[in-house]
Design a protein around this ligand. Structure first.
Ligand SMILES: [Zn+2]
Ligand SMILES: [Zn+2]
Length: 146
């Protein structure tokens, strides 16, 4: 049985305040011992970058731990990349067009990041899907309202 506790010091699943998981935060999230943020995605690019910079500083590379959202939500911040869908939910949506199976479809642009050689990776969200998708910059273009 898990001995993880929420910030209210209850065992997970036994705290009334922690029953309601915030929308767009996953039930199971990921963190390292030294990390300042938690991640929705185990394969988040920022989680990998954090790990390799810890390596280059000669710090022990802490393993990625799976955590219940309520044990980290109030003590760590949400990752700006893989929790962007949560972070921007109060903001005015920005729309774009994304190429899916050869068709350009209107989507909400969630966040973008630079990868290598000036390329960008863009998170877009289609209303029919539960989570944003990651697309390269050549699959995403500005939205021109009709
Ligand atoms: Zn609690
Ligand atoms: Zn992340």
């Amino acid at each position: 049985m898990s001995t993880e506790r929420c910030k209210h010091d209850f065992l997970l699943g036994q705290c009334g305040s922690c029953k309601e998981k915030p929308e767009r935060i996953n039930e199971q999230v990921f963190a390292t011992k030294t990390g300042q943020v938690f991640h929705n995605w185990v394969d988040c690019a920022f989680l990998r970058i954090g790990q390799s910079s810890a390596d280059s500083q000669g710090l022990r590379n802490h393993p990625i731990e799976r955590k219940h959202w309520s044990s980290v939500f109030w003590t760590l911040g949400p990752c700006e990349w893989c929790c962007a869908f949560y972070n921007i939910q109060e903001e005015t949506p920005i729309y774009c067009e994304a190429e899916i199976d050869g068709r350009w479809v209107t989507a909400q642009k969630i966040k973008e990041r630079f990868t290598i050689y000036g390329h960008r990776e863009i998170q877009v969200w289609f209303e029919s899907l539960p989570d944003p998708m990651l697309l390269p910059d050549n699959k995403v273009r500005s939205h021109y309202p009709k």
